[in-house]
Ligand binder design. Sequence first.
Ligand code: AP5
Length: 219
Amino acid sequence: MRLVFLGPPGVGKGTQAQRLVEQYSIRKMSTGDILRESVARQTPLGLQAKSFMDGGRLVPDQVVIGLVHEWLKGLARTQGYVLDGFPRTLVQAQALTRILDELKTPLHRVISFEVPETELIRRLTGRRSCPKCQWVYHLEFNPPRRPSRCDACGGALVQRDDDQEETVRKRLKVYQEETVPLLTYYDELKLLSRINGQGTIEEVSERLMEILKPFMGRR
Ligand code: AP5
């Protein structure tokens, strides 16, 4: 299965992608995770990306397109994956279509997760994540077994710099302006499925599985 997960900040894309990776032999590419890791390591990419991310703005298209292109070229043709947080602009979506045409590996499905804004803010302000292994928790909805420690690797959990309420509001505005037009783009390509992202993580996961059932095992 070759999938794209779309949806506003905090809707649960990363959480659902993480579950797919655990349950199936599928890979995950999160542009946000790669950019955050680059910022933490102060690489040239990280230094370039930091001010955009801290301000809740998108990193320039050519930077992220280059990252995803390299990653996709490195995959076996039969390897399934989910792109979490890419594409986010029409330019990125068109570039992805061109890259996948070149590789002769078209997408199977684009999933748009949908949740009201008040719930997104609750999810984002309570989120804690592990900078070592990228595992994601929520203080109330998905707490770690030991306070502030990652269940998977024992690392110290942190709150993301861009999860402050003011930056969250800016990210939601950027999503409306830059990413919402992709819903029409993928709908016209007959690739889009919309999914209600409300309810527990388990419930959303069950809805996702219903949509993905016909694509399981596709190459
Ligand atoms: P990125 O890291 O991609 O952030 P995002 O898209 O804003 O999405 P989030 O990671 O905030 O949310 P999510 O939907 O994955 O939710 P999660 O599963 O964590 O990008 C960060 C920045 O990097 C961007 O602002 C931009 O600057 C840059 N960037 C990245 N990609 C880019 C691109 N392609 N182009 C340009 N710039 C780019 O869940 C949230 C919380 O809710 C968690 O605590 C979780 O435990 C909880 N939760 C999940 N599901 C449920 C549920 N069903 N019920 C209750 N709680 C739940």
